[in-house]
Design a protein around this ligand. Structure first.
Ligand code: COA
Length: 335
């Protein structure tokens, strides 16, 4: 979608946070029947980080990533108008964004959670841009943070090899259209296939003793890996092509392809389908695994800190995952 906006969106800074505790493939092979070789060959993942310790949550990681991003700007937390926390692993189902707002002392900001699994950061940035382009808000903080280790069945080798914990954040500000960095976006949902990847609510077999209501609790993550793989490899290139076409940008103009860090084979297959050189694919999943909503801002922050992404680069960003949800936005980086 091209943006018929009144104002532009400027990226002020990025930040990220990862837990200290490392779990490598060898350690996982002591827990379930698998091997380092199987995991690296099929996924590219070598190790992941886990948020360990009592009472630690997505709020800790999200706050740290946000503080790091804010510290690279001239703004104070009091300048933030809106905080969007993209997460599927809140520490409170009523929302965790307000706890981050309090920890940051961003008392003027309205804060809410956005749940779109591994597409959460892309959906969050696009949501933020709507407020910025209309001029409703001037400064928006978008955080992608997840602690899927809390929802992983560590006896299920189909899923426990994939996920890790992390957080990333971006500070956005409205600006003149000439300085706009968010060129366009394309978002999708396919609810018919929600079953392929889920963290669903499981009801008790019997209703409440006097009321005909079924209570329950949330299950572990479950996944049909083959279907999710096929979905990502077929739909993500289409989303990217639609977005590029709407902007009249050709594939050859892309400097970086930044995809949700799910699996090396998915990332290279998408690049190959689009005829984008694998050298333009940003990848850090070997160190962190799939960190869900955190993976894109974490990889973006690393690529910016390492001076991979430089002034004027065109960066194509795509998220995909449970829902099923997927989407793309295109950035022009300005340092
Ligand atoms: N270690 C060793 N063997 C494993 C294993 C593990 N961790 N997990 C599964 N296997 C076995 C299976 O039991 C099966 O054995 P069988 O042939 O005797 O039945 C064999 O390996 C192949 O399993 P399969 O599920 O067909 O593997 P795959 O090639 O599809 O790879 C994934 C599995 C998960 C790596 C792959 O499907 C994938 O990457 N899917 C996308 C997942 C993803 O990215 N999800 C998040 C998106 S946001």
């Amino acid at each position: 979608m091209t943006l018929l906006s009144m104002q532009g969106v400027k990226i002020l800074a990025t930040g990220s946070a990862i837990p200290h505790s490392v779990l490598n493939n060898h350690q996982i092979s002591n827990m379930v029947e698998t091997s380092d070789d199987w995991i690296t060959t099929r996924t590219g993942i070598e190790e992941r980080r886990l948020l360990t310790g009592e009472n630690k949550s997505v709020v800790d990681l999200g706050t740290l990533a946000a503080l790091k991003a804010i510290s690279k700007t001239n703004i104070s937390p009091l300048d933030i108008d809106l905080i969007i926390l993209a997460t599927s692993s809140p520490n409170d189902l009523f929302g965790s964004a307000s706890q981050i707002q309090a920890r940051l002392n961003a008392s003027k900001a309205v804060a809410f959670d956005l749940t779109a699994a591994c597409s959460g950061f892309v959906f969050g940035v696009v949501t933020a841009s709507q407020f910025l382009q209309t001029g409703s808000y001037k400064v928006v903080l978008v955080i992608g943070a997840d602690v899927l280790s809390k929802w992983t069945n560590w006896s299920d080798r189909n899923t426990c090899i994939l996920f890790g914990d992390g957080a990333g954040a971006i500070v956005l500000q409205n600006c003149s259209l000439e300085k706009n960095q968010l060129l366009g976006f394309q978002l999708n949902t396919d609810g018919l296939h929600w079953n392929h990847l889920k963290l669903s609510y499981k009801e008790e077999s019997k209703p409440h003793s006097s009321l005909n209501i079924y209570q329950g609790s949330f299950n572990y993550i479950s996944m049909n890996g083959k279907e999710v793989y096929k979905f990502a490899v077929s739909q993500v290139p289409l989303s990217i092509m639609k977005c590029l076409q709407s902007l009249d940008i050709s594939v050859s103009e892309i400097n970086w392809l930044l995809l949700h860090q799910a699996n090396e084979r998915i990332l290279t297959a998408v690049a190959d389908k689009l005829s984008i050189s694998r050298s333009k694919v940003i990848m850090n999943l070997n160190k962190y695994g799939n960190t869900s909503a955190a993976s894109i801002p974490l990889a973006l922050d690393e690529a910016v800190c390492e001076h991979k992404i430089v002034n004027n680069d065109i960066v194509v960003v795509s998220g995909f995952g449970a829902g099923l949800t997927w989407g793309t936005f295109v950035l022009q980086w300005r340092s």
